[in-house]
Unconditional design. Structure first.
Length: 346
């Protein structure tokens, strides 16, 4: 029996490999950059209250949530589109703006979904520092970058937008922006207010601790949002996810606790990692994770750490076969990771 024909693009797609979840008691997961403090208690309470409403479809336009985000960031609800995680917004962007043969600029060693949506819509990924040609339609930038934790500085983004042709759009993924401490970090909202061709992505999966509910959003000028909305499936965010996100935005106490935990955990890990000397190295991070060059096979280190009850992310799939990425956890989780790493690396 002959195989059913599919689009050629599907043959070039790489499977996304998620971080492994713990299957045994006592195992800690520091693989997926989730908030180790969990979700906001206010979000959990609101979700419980809305359970009886799940027989009713959600608001297709998510107006209440868009208005609340808009007020928080200083934009209009017409500048915002919601997605089932910011991953879905990435797919909307590719669906709206890519035609076969269009080029897409993607950094090396970054989030794999940029390449996935590019190939899915027959685009041509161009890897490395932003390279702009007359075929360039999208430029994907992750800041802080996953997995390195590095940011794009304001002067770098200014220079890129200055030379950007009218036919191209910068897509700035700020999934980890809330954790940034650098004063060189650009306020991306200002570029939207100036009418630049930029789409800024954010998520409720990281600092807000709602990764399991899948809520993300894109921000851009209304002319761009209008076309993204044409590609959006109806009812893409469920009632409980929307309720949780709305409540999470009001919980400043949980937000601040999460920031403090990350800042203190980062300092602790820097101090402990420095004791390993030349057995490993790491760049400083502006996110809630640290990339570590373990100077040996990362997959083997991953398996050895898992035997010690700690799950991290080997970065072989990112093209970094001797590096791992570890989420900054609670104090107890960070201590367990360091103890395990000492056993594995010595």
């Amino acid at each position: 029996m002959s195989e059913l024909p599919v689009r050629p693009a599907l043959k070039n797609l790489k499977e996304y490999i998620p971080g492994k979840n713990p299957e045994e008691a006592g195992v800690i997961k520091l693989a997926s950059n989730e908030n180790p403090l969990g979700p906001s208690p206010k979000a959990l309470e609101e979700i419980k209250k809305r359970l009886p409403d799940i027989s009713i479809y959600p608001d297709q336009n998510h107006l209440e949530l868009r208005k609340k985000i808009a007020k928080k960031v200083g934009l209009s609800e017409n500048n915002i589109i919601m997605g089932n995680g910011s991953d879905e917004v990435l797919q909307m962007i590719a669906a709206a703006y890519l035609s076969a043969g269009d080029e897409v600029s993607i950094s090396e060693h970054t989030f794999s979904t940029y390449e996935f949506v590019t190939r899915l819509f027959d685009g041509v990924p161009v890897f490395g520092a932003p390279k702009i040609s007359d075929k360039t339609r999208l430029i994907f930038l992750c800041s802080p970058n996953n997995p390195t934790g590095a940011i794009i500085k304001k002067d770098e983004l200014d220079a890129l937008l200055k030379k950007l042709p009218q036919s191209a759009i910068v897509v700035l993924d700020e999934a980890y922006s809330e954790y940034v401490e650098s004063k060189d970090y650009p306020i991306a909202i200002n570029y939207i207010k100036e009418g630049k061709n930029i789409i800024v992505l954010r998520t409720f999966s990281k600092i807000y601790g709602l990764a399991g509910l899948r809520v993300g959003y894109g921000m851009a000028k209304p002319e761009i949002i209008k076309y993204l909305a044409m590609t959006k499936l109806p009812f893409n965010i469920n009632r409980l996810a929307s309720a949780g996100a709305l409540a999470a935005l009001d919980d400043n106490e949980h937000y601040e606790k999460s920031l403090i935990n990350n800042h203190q955990g980062k300092k602790y890990l820097y101090k402990e990692l420095s004791t390993f000397g030349n057995k490993l190295s790491y760049p400083e991070t502006e996110a809630n994770f640290i990339m570590i060059d373990v100077k040996r096979n990362a997959d083997e280190v991953f398996l050895s750490l898992m035997r010690e009850g700690v799950i991290i992310r080997p970065l072989t799939g990112f093209g970094l076969p001797q590096a791992i990425r570890v989420t900054i956890g609670t104090p107890a989780q960070n201590e367990k990771f360091i103890a395990a790493l000492k056993k594995v690396i010595g």
